[in-house]
Design a protein around this ligand. Structure first.
Ligand SMILES: *Cc1c(COP(=O)(O)O)cnc(C)c1O
Length: 226
């Protein structure tokens, strides 16, 4: 159901009032339309997340440059190899990097385009077989291997966590990711700039913040159920 702009603005104001000031709300906008995005911008949202490169491109075609310039677009969905070049062109940040090969390809295209791409490493914190993300025990090694890529800025970690019945059940996976974040923050490495911990969605963002998230990705709670 498409909510009216007032609903969206109220929902966003409510969340922004509740959370600590140093936590950023990223609006997850998969399958949302431009009027919903505009309502979010009106309410003070700057960070947006898309799951798909193509869907983002369609939306960006309709966003005036001056609006686009005031917003910051994250790719939060899995990035397919054949979409890397396009993604590097249109996103401000790629928050779902989970392999050396993907990091290498992003770096290659960034080098061609003369830019440095902020990335987050996606952690498969519950070690689920069929999920994207790096297993926690493999993250240090991946990050060390990414050191040679000067057109990447490894800014932090992202995790989804498992789908659980009770949001409270997800806390331990946020904690695992937070512990990794703390461990990685001690490593000194040229392109490593650990400062973003992206965890929590509509049903779990409070728990995520309690566990140290400073970026929460929220869709349903801002825009209504769909
Ligand atoms: C859809 C999505 C969200 C937001 O989920 P809601 O439950 O609607 O808040 C967050 N992160 C990712 C990666 C998503 O795909």
């Amino acid at each position: 159901m498409l909510q009216n702009p007032e609903y969206i603005r109220d929902a966003i104001k409510k969340i922004l009032d509740q959370i600590p000031q140093d936590v950023t709300v990223l609006a997850a906008v998969k399958k949302r339309n431009l009027s919903e995005v505009y309502a979010a911008i009106d309410a003070g949202i700057i960070h947006f997340g898309h799951n798909y490169v193509q869907e983002a491109q369609v939306m960006f075609d309709d966003i005036p440059v001056e609006v686009h310039g005031k917003t910051y677009w994250h790719l939060i969905g899995h990035l397919q190899k054949n979409k890397v070049k396009h993604a590097v062109k249109i996103f401000n940040s790629i928050d779902s990097v989970d392999s050396l090969n993907l990091g290498k390809q992003i770096d290659n295209f960034c080098q061609e385009m003369g830019k440095v791409m902020p990335i987050l490493i996606e952690i498969n914190s519950a070690r689920e077989e069929n999920k994207n993300g790096v297993f926690p025990e493999n993250v240090v090694e991946l990050i060390q291997h990414l050191e040679i890529f000067q057109n990447l800025s490894i800014d932090g970690l992202m995790t989804m966590g498992p789908v659980t019945e009770k949001p409270e059940d997800i806390r331990r996976y946020f904690r695992i990711t937070r512990d990794l974040f703390d461990e990685l923050s001690k490593i000194k490495q040229k392109n490593l700039n650990m400062h973003i911990l992206s965890m929590g969605m509509s049903d779990s963002y409070r728990i995520a913040i309690e566990e140290g998230a400073n970026l929460v990705r929220i869709g349903t709670l801002l825009f209504g159920p769909r």
